[in-house]
Design a protein around this ligand. Structure first.
Ligand code: PEP
Ligand code: MN
Length: 378
């Protein structure tokens, strides 16, 4: 059960203390206070865990500070959509809004290699009106002898360059809780020129200790990639780990499933799940066409499979596109085979724009259909 408190409830107030007193007296029920600090107001929710089936919604709604009571099913208590649950979703970070209605492209290097390429990438993004980017500093590699990323050493100059070109959010994978501190330190050393969205990669989707660490910090939002060999339900539970520890600013990333049935693509593209995740949870949904398709092969219509897959995800309502670019893909240290070039960036963004517009039109048509159905039934 979730108690939604009145907006701007003061947790030092006597009313709040009285509410907590009531909750502590409930047998077999634990509570956890969860605060969401928005730009305009603070929202407080209290999760009741344990033997809540005996509690009456009406009694709970009468407790001090309580605005609304939601009875949740067991799955995805914080991030899920529940019956009668009209809670707004989404969050703001460093001046950028993320929700199931927003749309952002995070183009950039799979792996940071040198300052020249990072600067060329950011400059191209700025020239094309972009505020977000992807940059890999910590690279989890299948082969222990492959390049493992520059790690913390590159962070100060990556962040400085991001700030120089007006990039507000950099999506960056971390593979160890120590990396959170390294990111914080580098941001502090450089005067916070940009923001970071911490990425949990597909190989770490079920690294529960990492999820708990990342969930316990609320400074950075999180992009959680779907595990490539587990069910959707298991991956959504992984996202819920982050939220249950206190960080519900989570974007869910689809990146394809490991299966030879996807051949000749690197993974089996799973973007049909974009609306499914939006229906089951309140998370914004990201698609990663680069790691799912994995090759630059071009269809006879002149559009690469990777760009077609992007459009398919965007037409289905994706809120974010994470995509690999490189100034010289043939010299990229990681995943050059799937990187688009800087010359292709304006065209890629144009194509994505067409797909997004098609999605908006589809939404408007669905709304007209809903209104017509309502009118017919009234
Ligand atoms: C990445 O985005 O750089 C990456 C390694 O993705 P994934 O975890 O989906 O393989
Ligand atoms: Mn990669």
């Amino acid at each position: 059960m979730i108690l939604i408190l009145n907006p701007d409830t003061n947790t030092d107030s006597r009313e709040f203390q009285s509410l907590i007193g009531h909750l502590e007296a409930l047998k077999g029920v634990h509570h956890r206070v969860h605060q969401v600090f928005g730009e305009e107001r603070t929202l407080t929710e209290i999760y009741l865990i344990g033997n809540t089936s005996a509690l009456s919604e009406r009694d709970m709604a009468e407790l001090p500070c309580v605005q609304r009571v939601i009875r949740v099913s067991d799955a995805y208590r914080v991030l899920g959509r529940h019956r009668d649950d009209a809670r707004t979703s989404g969050f703001q970070y460093n001046g950028v809004t993320f929700s199931q209605d927003s749309f952002h492209v995070f183009a950039g290097l799979c792996a940071v290699d040198n300052p020249t390429n990072v600067e060329r990438m950011f400059a191209a993004l700025q020239a094309n009106g972009q505020q977000c980017a992807r940059m890999g500093a910590y690279k989890p590699r299948t082969n222990p002898y492959s390049f493992q990323g520059h790690g913390k050493d590159c962070l100060p100059w990556v962040f400085e360059l991001a700030g120089k070109y007006g990039i507000r959010v950099v999506a960056m994978e971390i593979t160890h809780d120590r990396h959170i501190e390294e990111v914080e330190l580098a941001l502090a050393q450089t005067g916070n020129p940009t923001g970071v969205m911490l990425q949990i990669g597909t190989r770490n989707t079920q690294n529960f200790e990492l999820l708990k660490h990342v969930g316990r910090q609320t400074r950075f939002p999180v992009l959680l990639k779907r595990g490539f060999g587990i069910t959707l339900e298991e991956s959504l539970n992984a996202a819920e780990y982050l939220a249950s520890e206190g960080n519900s600013h989570v974007v869910f990333g689809l990146r394809g499933m490991k299966s030879s049935f996807g051949d000749p693509h690197r993974n089996f593209v799973d973007f049909a799940h974009v609306p499914t995740v939006k229906r089951m949870t309140r998370m914004p949904v990201c698609i990663d066409p680069s790691h799912s398709v994995g090759i630059r092969a071009c269809a006879p219509d002149g559009i690469p499979d990777l760009v077609h897959a992007t459009a398919q995800g965007v037409v289905a309502g994706a809120n974010m596109v994470l995509v690999d670019f490189h100034p010289e893909p043939e010299r990229a240290l990681v995943d050059g085979a799937q990187a688009l070039t800087l010359e292709e960036l304006p065209w890629f963004l144009e194509d994505v724009g067409h797909a997004r517009e098609a999605y908006e039109q589809r939404r408007r048509a669905a709304e007209r259909q809903r209104l017509a159905r309502e009118a017919a039934n009234s």
